[in-house]
Write a protein that binds this ligand. Structure first.
Ligand SMILES: Nc1ncnc2c1ncn2[C@@H]1O[C@H](COP(=O)(O)OP(=O)(O)OP(=O)(O)O)[C@@H](O)[C@H]1O
Ligand SMILES: [Mg+2]
Length: 298
């Protein structure tokens, strides 16, 4: 596997802390990291879970591996397997023993997709002694390196209910269960400013007002009007104007024509006339084509 120092995240954008349980998410994560307590981050898509874990790894200068369980993860991927190399059988550690032995932060992203049979592997490392018995490798007992830390994340909400039911016994074992919603308006504005420092304040305020109203009107667990989407609209607005940026990002989230029309009325009321899109006709046609396609597919 990779040289371990290459697994230390570099150039991670600033993470803006949000208030959580009387402190902040960053302080909670630091406390969890310092005691190597297992953490699970549960929340809406695009709310900052992945960024926070990477940020903490960078803050402490520690190597980390993020595995997405959405693409399927076998017991062999996690624990290891035998390889035949020039006629000899050679054992190759899977991700979990590799991280445990080398003191690497193991980030199990989208852990709700995990197969319940595979989930049992994690139960033991979340128990008090934190050790792993590698059943695929002669019951090797693996004790974690002092820098090993186990973090998981999963999305909440009904659109994820169809994914594998999270094994209660597993969830129960995490010492920190942190729930993530979208940050408050003032934090979200700070996030945008830190990522897009040149953004015009007026533009940001208009976009934010559209998001605020759209969240009240349409955001439920079927439609995520996320911080990720907010950042995308802000970036695109710079080149295309606010209305077109919305057509490429927020409108396609709404699957019915009726909802899109309601959004359109809302948007037209919020954007002042001097900020209406004024872009080159050829770009405009392209955008409208894309928009029509997305309506047709929606
Ligand atoms: N507090 C924050 N500070 C800085 N950036 C943030 C913050 N919260 C969210 N973001 C930004 O919002 C975007 C979405 O965040 P991220 O990818 O971490 O979400 P997520 O919760 O992991 O989503 P998913 O469930 O879809 O994986 C990223 O660009 C991230 O940098
Ligand atoms: Mg993520």
């Amino acid at each position: 596997m990779a040289d371990i120092s290459e697994l230390i995240p570099k150039k991670v954008p600033e993470y803006i802390p949000r208030k959580m349980y009387g402190t902040t998410d960053v302080e909670l994560m630091k406390a969890a990291y310092e005691s190597r307590s297992p953490v699970i981050l549960v929340g809406r898509t695009g709310s900052g879970k992945t960024h926070l874990v990477k940020y903490i790894a960078a803050l402490y200068g520690k190597p980390y591996i993020r595995l997405s369980f959405a693409n399927g993860m076998t017991l062999e991927d996690l624990l290891g397997y035998n390889r035949i190399i020039s006629g000899d059988t050679v054992w190759e550690d899977g991700f979990l023993p590799y991280c445990m032995k080398n003191g690497i932060i193991f980030f199990a992203d989208e852990i709700n997709f995990l197969d319940p049979e595979v989930a049992a592997v994690f139960n033991s490392i979340l128990d008090d002694d934190r050790q792993l018995v590698n059943t695929l490798h002669g019951k090797e007992i693996i004790k974690p390196h002092p820098d090993f830390w186990f973090v998981a994340a999963m999305n909440s909400g009904i659109q994820y209910a169809g994914t594998k039911d999270m094994n209660e016994a597993l969830i129960d074992r995490f010492e920190y269960y942190m729930e993530f919603d979208y940050p408050s308006m003032s934090i979200e504005k700070k996030i945008v400013k830190s990522r897009i420092p040149d953004i015009d304040d007026r533009v940001l305020n208009v976009i934010y007002e559209i998001f605020r109203q759209a969240r009240n009107e349409f955001s439920d667990y079927n439609i995520d009007i996320s911080t990720r989407l907010l950042l995308r609209v802000c970036r695109l607005s710079d080149k295309l104007g606010i209305e077109n940026a919305l057509k490429l990002s927020l409108y396609p989230k709404l699957k019915s024509r009726h909802k899109r029309e309601a959004l359109n009325i809302m948007v037209k009321k919020i954007i002042p006339p001097d900020m209406r899109s004024n872009i080159d006709k050829s770009i405009k046609n392209t955008i409208e084509d894309i928009y029509d396609v997305s309506i047709a597919n929606g």
